[in-house]
Design a protein around this ligand. Structure first.
Ligand code: HEC
Ligand code: HEC
Length: 374
């Protein structure tokens, strides 16, 4: 029997093992741009905008875990799958690799259509509907692990540490530069009043109280005006923050959590470097000086303001595909494409995607810890 490709498009597909290798994904998931200055004149230098493949090379996944991009993004299922619609006699194929290419997000509005037209069939989620259930959940549970811990109290302060472990085969988040992860930390008093909060969103899903032009990486958070945001921030020729891809000249911050096995000594490190305060953070991808841990530990020091009694803490890690401020600069330009995109964005569901959450309840802060009693 002849297959659907021979029948409908007159092409005979041939098997090649390279399609199962990570190198198949690397040409597109490595993006190096030619930088321009603010007047559009090329600077003659390049900027590594996306280096998912290099991040992966600089990890345990290719050689220790023996996992390819496809292992996670195109997981194998053993059930026989019909690879084309409207072809009833076609026998099921097994094994079959899912073609969903799920990332962390659930942002089907504006960007979905954009990708569909940009991709022309490669990597699209739904050009062909396979007779199977979406396994988005596998990729979601493999994102990151979160461990929250109450350490101690003293000096009118309660000390907590939050460990976030990256389980992806590259940085978390990876890919397009707008992607970011936000850690939200809220501590409530016994009567339900908020004692401390960090990383809350406003109505537009921008993080409240963060610094401009961007929030630095934190090892310690001791005020509600600080929040941990894992992101890459691009700088232009003058060292100012930019979200215009062509103007990107050098990164100002990159504290996206490295994958397990990532080191500053790897030959691909220059294309996926850690930038900014995360470099000086002793538990960012490190334990006792040893690199490659694939985690970050954030230390929250909560000013108690004299409070004693029970505390409960809720920690949430959110993933944001396209935070509102990423479009601020775009809004200063105008074209038919920009206008269309901005109206699609306005109508899209922009609520951040909850990656992980954890809570600690009934932590007793003894009388005498507060400043008014000590
Ligand atoms: C011919 C170029 C090309 C190749 C080859 C390619 N991709 Fe992509 N991929 C893209 C583009 C373009 C996007 C959309 C990026 C965007 O708009 O954010 C994308 C998006 C994705 C996404 C994100 C989907 C989402 O949720 O938004 C994943 C995951 C992905 N690709 C994985 C892979 C893997 C794994 C391979 C190798 C098996 C691969 N890609 C090969 C071009 C490619
Ligand atoms: C160990 C599992 C694993 C491996 C191996 C892996 N990924 Fe991922 N990938 C993930 C997870 C989990 C996410 C979602 C979290 C994130 O964005 O980092 C993701 C996200 C992505 C995204 C971003 C999607 C978006 O929504 O923007 C791209 C692109 C991507 N992966 C491509 C690749 C490529 C290319 C490779 C191989 C070089 C690869 N991945 C290897 C698990 C993996």
């Amino acid at each position: 029997m002849i297959g659907p490709m021979q029948l409908y498009v007159g092409l005979t597909p041939a098997y090649s093992p390279h399609i199962s290798e990570s190198k198949t994904c690397s040409p597109c998931h490595t993006l190096i741009s030619n930088s321009v200055d603010l007047t559009g004149v090329p600077t003659g230098t390049t900027f590594v905008e996306q280096a998912t493949y290099h991040e992966y090379l600089n990890s345990d996944f290719p050689l220790v875990e023996m996992a390819t991009c496809q292992t996670c993004h195109m997981p194998k299922i053993e059930d026989p799958i019909k690879i084309a619609n409207g072809y009833t006699a076609l026998p099921g194929r097994t094994p079959f690799n899912l073609h969903t290419f799920a990332g962390a997000k659930q942002f089907h509005g504006a960007t979905h259509q954009r990708q569909q037209s940009k991709l022309r069939g490669v990597c699209s989620r739904s050009n062909v509907r396979f007779n199977t259930q979406s396994k988005h959940s596998t990729i979601k549970t493999r994102n990151a692990d979160l461990i929250s811990q109450f350490d101690s109290s003293g000096n009118d302060t309660a000390y907590f540490s939050i460990q976030l472990k990256n389980k992806a085969g590259h940085k978390f988040p990876s890919g397009y530069p707008s992607r970011r992860a936000v850690v939200q930390f809220v501590a409530l008093k016994a009567n339900g009043d908020t004692l401390f909060s960090s990383g809350l969103f406003d109505n537009d899903y921008e993080v409240k109280n963060i610094s401009t032009p961007f929030e630095a990486h934190h090892d310690f958070i001791h005020s509600s005006t600080q929040a941990q945001i894992y992101e890459m921030v691009m700088g232009d020729v003058n060292g100012n923050k930019t979200t215009v891809l062509e103007r990107a000249f050098a990164p100002l911050k990159d504290n996206r959590i490295p994958p397990r096995g990532f080191t500053t000594l790897h030959s691909a490190y220059d294309t996926c470097a850690i930038v900014g305060d995360a470099l000086n953070d002793l538990d960012f991808n490190k334990t006792a000086g040893l690199e490659g841990k694939g985690h970050d530990i954030i230390h929250y020091h909560l000013p108690l303001g004299g409070y004693s009694g029970n505390l409960s803490v809720e920690v949430k890690v959110f993933y944001q595909t396209l935070p509102p401020a990423f479009l601020d600069e775009m809004k200063t330009f105008s074209s038919a494409e920009i206008d269309t995109f901005l109206s699609m964005y306005a109508n899209a569901n922009k609520s951040p995607f909850l990656v992980k959450s954890d809570s600690l309840i009934n932590i007793l802060i003894p009388v005498g810890i507060g400043s008014n009693t000590t």
